[in-house]
Every structure is written in C-alpha cells, then in structure tokens.
Design a protein around this ligand. Structure first.
Ligand SMILES: NC(=O)c1ccc[n+]([C@@H]2O[C@H](COP(=O)([O-])OP(=O)(O)OC[C@H]3O[C@@H](n4cnc5c(N)ncnc54)[C@H](O)[C@@H]3O)[C@@H](O)[C@H]2O)c1
Length: 329
C-alpha cells in the first residue's frame, strides 16, 4: 500500500486533508504527525496512523521509509504574535521544516508539499503574484520564506521534488478557534460563544481573501500528484476580497447578532490578496464556496464544540512593544 505522511494532521488543513484522502483515495495509508500544540487529537480520523511527535526536535526519519507524498502542514501560524515569540516561531516553522526536508531527502520520497504563506509577500503590490520578490514584514513570513528557499536548494542539490503552496486565510470546520492570536474568523466565533464582541485591529478596512478549506482539498491533492505542479510555487486563495469589517458583518448575519469592538491597529499588511491564475491552471482551483456559506457551515460546527479555554501565552519572549490587547492581565 502506498503511504502518505501528513504533518500537522490534528490541525485544519491536516485533519481535513486526511479525511479527504481517506474518502477519495482509500488505497493510501496515512501516517499523521502532530505534537498537539495547536491542534486536537479528536480531529484526526481514526484510520490515520498517528504519531505524537515534535518535528522541531524528535526523530521522525524512520516514518518516511516507503512514503510517496509528504504534506508538511505543521507550524505555529500566529503571524502577528511572531515578533514577540521569535525563537519559538523559528523552531516551529524553520527548524521543524529542516527536520522534514532531511527525512524526505534521506528516504527519497516522491514529492514534498509545503504550505508556505501569503506572509512572504509583506507589503507587496496586490494581487500578489508568485513571481513577485518576497519581502516579509515579520518573523513568521521570514521563516516561511527561508523554508521555501531551503526546499528549493534541496531540489537543486538532492533532486527533492516539491510543490510550495502559499495559502491565503483558509478557514472552515476543524480550525482552532481557541487561540487568541490567530484565525480571525475562529476568534470571532469563540468571542461570540463566550458573550464577547468581535475584536477588529485598526479600522477594519484591511482586506483579505478568505478561502474555504473545502475548495482547497482537491488542489492540495493535485499539489502532491499532478505533473503540472512539480517544483512550482502556487498561491491558493479565493479571488473575492473582503475587508475585515465586511467579513465581521457577514458573520453577524450568519449568527443572527453580534457586536464589533475596535482595538489598536497592529503591524500588519494592509491588503493581502492573491493572484489565482496559477492555482487554476496548475491545480484546477475553483472558488466555489461563498463566505456566507462557508461561515454558516463553520458556525454550525463551532456551536457543537466543547467549551475549551482560550490559549494564552503566560509570558512572551519579548514584552517590549506588545500590544495592549495581548498584555497579560
Ligand atoms: N489556515 C490558513 O489560513 C493558512 C494561511 C497561510 C498558511 N497556512 C499554513 O498552512 C499550514 C496549516 O495551517 P492550519 O491552518 O491547518 O494550522 P493549524 O494550527 O490548524 O495546524 C497546524 C498543526 O501543526 C501542529 N504543530 C505545530 N507545531 C508542531 C511541531 N513542532 N511538531 C508537530 N506538530 C506541530 C499543531 O499542533 C497543529 O495541529 C501551516 O503551515 C500554516 O502556516 C495556513
């Protein structure tokens, strides 16, 4: 039986990709790796051979024997927090990826699919094209760009085949809604469930391309298999753009009520919008799910989740410059 490794299998992309492969390609055995630092074991399908391991320090190479595709999704994707947890960020993103790349080379795996981020573009000129010169503005984006370069070097020197995906604000059920530092739509759902207003940083005019995970699964599969995607870097995201304020208004409509509270602006990109031509021609991406429809499904799921405490860092690596809303009370 052919084998696929999914890292970050307890997270949004990992758990949903595992479900999708099991349903559509049951001929594959899935080996899942996750340290459960940001995902939940409940989301890992029972048929996945699960290994609770920290990619930044544990030995993983033996698991890669005989594997044809590796989906490397594991990361701590708290972009706005990354300047205050630099070392943790580089461990979770860059060092963990180096461990994965070593294991892929050692075992001659067929293709590595790596989820980079729109964060590599920084204050680019939207819509961001894959050929634009990356210019990240925070340690998370720097780590993702470094991973991309490392993978390209591994391809040149060791013949590692890859596909790098730059996702843009993917959301849907199985997203972590209990982390106050990331996933804005999930944060708002957590806030509403707990009787709090939706918080918006700045005036809410910043734009994002919210992309439903359901539309990403077939393209991600093709990223691992299709000849067109070999050694390519491809944006993945909706081509409908939303201001954060309009996205909050949409969620209010889906829920039936809700309040908005404006907070201090953060150091962040104003409009992070992808070009989508390559995702269409190389991965057959289709932007099928409207934000209203995707949020309706996610809200239905969120209401049925256990009341978990919200993740909060006890202390940051750097307190200097931390925003008021993240200061420990
Ligand atoms: N969701 C998005 O909008 C988005 C946008 C751009 C990029 N990405 C990238 O896509 C990937 C998947 O994102 P997601 O939304 O599914 O995130 P997620 O947090 O839901 O899943 C990531 C998983 O990785 C695990 N993990 C973190 N560090 C680990 C480590 N050191 N060892 C083992 N497991 C570890 C976490 O426990 C979690 O289950 C990430 O690399 C992220 O940077 C996501």
């Amino acid at each position: 039986m052919s084998k696929i490794i999914i890292t970050g299998v307890a997270g949004l992309l990992g758990s949903r990709m595992a479900e999708w492969i099991l349903a559509n390609h049951p001929e594959y055995t899935i080996i899942g790796i996750d340290d459960l630092s940001g995902g939940y074991k409940d989301y890992v399908p029972a048929k996945v051979q699960f290994h609770q391991l920290d990619l930044s320090k544990d030995s993983i190479a033996p698991l890669f024997e005989g594997v044809s595709i590796v989906y490397h999704f594991a990361a701590y994707a708290a972009e706005g927090l990354s300047p205050f947890i630099r070392k943790y960020n580089y461990n979770s993103n860059l060092i963990a990826t180096a461990n994965v790349v070593n294991a892929c080379i050692e075992h001659g795996i067929g293709r590595l699919v790596f989820t980079s981020s729109m964060a590599v573009y920084g204050h680019g000129q939207p819509p961001f094209k894959e050929s634009d010169q990356p210019n990240p503005i925070d340690p998370y984006g720097v780590a993702k760009y470094a991973c991309e370069m490392d993978i390209k070097i591994a391809a040149e020197q060791h013949g590692l085949e890859y596909c790098i995906i730059r996702p843009h604000n993917v959301y849907g059920h199985n997203q972590n809604i209990w982390d106050r530092y990331r996933n804005v739509l999930g944060i708002w759902m957590y806030q509403h469930i707990n009787g709090l207003p939706f918080t918006i940083f700045g005036d809410g005019s910043q734009q994002r391309a919210f992309s439903c995970i359901d539309d990403c699964l077939l393209p991600l599969w093709k990223a691992g298999n299709d000849a067109r995607a070999k050694n390519q870097i491809i944006n993945m995201g909706s081509w409908k753009y939303w201001s954060i304020k309009d996205a909050a208004e949409t969620l209010k409509r889906v829920i039936g009520n809700g309040e908005i509270k404006y907070e201090q602006a953060r150091h962040e990109v104003k409009d992070a919008l992808p070009s989508h031509e390559l995702s269409v021609t190389l991965l057959d991406y289709e932007d099928n799910t409207s934000l209203e429809q995707g949020l309706t499904d996610m809200w239905h799921w969120a209401k049925q989740q256990p009341l978990r405490p919200q993740k909060s860092w006890d202390s940051y690596e750097l307190e200097k410059g931390i925003y008021g809303f993240w200061k420990n009370k």
